[in-house]
Ligand binder design. Structure first.
Ligand code: ATP
Length: 318
């Protein structure tokens, strides 16, 4: 078995404080097992990026099964947002493996790859491995700004991103977070913007087809089934496969929309004529009106889009 030295990058606030609890459990278990570890806490948004870049300069190395001594493994304790920052900081270092102990609110990536959301079970799994494994991450390139980004989950334009932006702005989120009811803020935000979100013009292109939607409501490019904390939007998507999944949902009247939400929660939405699914290794989308966007649950703001997507394999210690 590979001997490891663990570098635990912890967001104590993830999952309304679950990060802190996970830290206590994990560090106690590691001390008991005499496994060496170092702890780094994120103190504010984007701090995980900075901490990873520091570790990249001094500590982290590419995977090599001939490595002598303890292999320095970066392990993220946080939610999808913290993992997103780490993966982006290591974007050009795909052979540096990343371990993960999920303790966020949504934990969609963990759900997708079948990783336990119980910290000690995830730790046991991590310690049972002797080599890393490859999973696909998504890369988006924004042709308007010439920027690229890496995703473990999805990029969404429209209602999902509007909900994220509205929840983050709301005063209610602050006190709901204090009451450990942060997820309720998203439900409240959803109720607020479900009708407010108007249909928008969207052009999509894959290697096989192109389509012009005049009344899009949700447009999500994803690597795996889940979004929004366990909603199986693209039930057949798989982070081990090269194909990405694009889901477009059309804006429909409220009653039909509520019915569709019910179908979505029962995984019956793919039968709806208003839901369109594309599986491809090349996806391009253009939206010329300003719409909310989100990447792995983090806000992209209110902007226009001309983006192409591809996948990239990276090593995870999972
Ligand atoms: N100490 C901190 N205080 C406030 N925000 C932080 C802190 N550390 C990290 N963050 C930010 O918090 C955001 C959310 O964190 P994270 O995704 O880990 O938890 P979550 O939102 O509860 O989980 P999920 O994304 O799975 O729903 C991240 O974008 C990160 O930048």
């Amino acid at each position: 078995m590979t001997s490891l030295s663990l570098h635990l990058l912890i967001n104590p606030n993830a999952g309304n404080g679950s990060g802190k609890k996970a830290e206590q459990l994990v560090t106690a278990a590691l001390s008991k097992k005499n496994i060496p570890f170092h702890v780094y806490h994120t103190e504010y948004p984007r701090h995980a990026t900075q901490l990873t870049e520091d570790l990249l300069r001094h500590t982290l190395v590419e995977w090599n099964d001939k490595h002598t001594g303890d292999f320095p493994l970066l392990v993220v304790l946080g939610g999808d947002g913290t993992l997103h920052e780490v993966i982006n900081a290591l974007a050009t270092h795909t052979d540096i493996p990343v371990g993960y102990i999920p303790c966020g609110s949504g934990n969609d990536f963990a759900r997708a790859i079948g990783l336990s959301r119980k910290p000690l079970e995830a730790l046991d799994h991590l310690l049972s491995l002797s080599t890393p494994d490859e999973f696909n991450t998504l890369i988006y390139h924004n042709h308007l700004t010439d920027e690229s980004g890496y995703l473990t989950n999805n990029l969404g334009i429209g209602i999902d991103a509007n909900i994220v932006a509205t929840a983050n702005k709301s005063q209610a989120k602050k006190w709901l977070n204090k009451l450990k009811l942060g997820s309720l803020a998203y439900l409240v935000a959803a109720a607020k913007v479900l009708i407010k979100q108007k249909g928008f013009d969207l052009v999509i292109k894959t290697s096989k087809e192109s389509e012009h939607y005049r009344n899009a409501y949700l447009c999500t490019v994803t690597n795996h089934p889940y979004f929004g904390g366990g909603v199986a939007l693209a039930p057949n998507a798989d982070a081990r496969k090269e194909d990405m999944t694009l889901v477009v949902v059309e804006r429909i009247p409220l009653l039909k929309l509520l019915r569709l939400v019910g179908q979505l929660l029962r995984k019956k939405h793919l039968n709806s004529p208003y839901v369109h699914l594309y599986l491809d290794q090349q996806i391009q989308l253009t939206c010329q009106s300003q719409q909310f966007g989100q990447t792995d649950g983090e806000e992209l703001g209110l902007t226009t889009y001309d983006m192409s997507f591809s996948t990239q394999k990276r090593l995870f210690w999972l």
